[in-house]
Design a protein around this ligand. Sequence first.
Ligand code: MN
Length: 227
Amino acid sequence: MPDFVIDAAETPIVPVAGGGKFPVRRIFCVGRNYAAHAREMGAAPDREPPFFFSKPPDTVISTAQVPYPPATRLLHFEMELVVAIGRGGTAIASETALDHVYGYAAGVDLTRRDLQDEAKSLRRPWDMSKGFDAAAPIGTIVPAARVGHPAAGSITLAVNGVLRQNGDLADMIWPVPNIIAFLSNLITLKPGDLIFTGTPEGVGTIERGDKIEGSIEGVGTIAFQIA
Ligand code: MN
């Protein structure tokens, strides 16, 4: 036993389709990776290099109920394809980037939009708008060995049965191989890293009691209720 002076935190995990658990090391997120969403957020959708932010690993949650976070009156959903890294690397070339992917999942980048708007206007960091408890709901990870590497296909999110986001993975400004290449030039990727790859247009508000259902063609689904 290590000589820890307090109980060590448990490793956050995401269930894997067909059995097993994926241990989470870090969570990276891409900002504004679909042109129409960049426009709805007031940004020009030109092809600048992607930018990244992080959520703490223990913000992953795969339960049927997700708590409404404190300190916000404007909780937003962002439906996203999540990449699960199985093999690490530094300065990975986009041509070989998919060799580093263990699998994929449907995830929601929950955002306290009011805190994010304030952070943007005051030029402050996004941590408290993106990295609160249970800010990263995620469905079951499907191994790429089973489903391949989806580069196109519908990505949708419905709230209480009403379709709110309806995009296509092919509309990413930077596809998954490029994201892995950019990110691994900034940090060393390691097994257990998750990458949220950005959201299509149609983001909006959710309230307590709302039922969220997301789906990504060829990957899977996510469903939860805001408690
Ligand atoms: Mn996002």
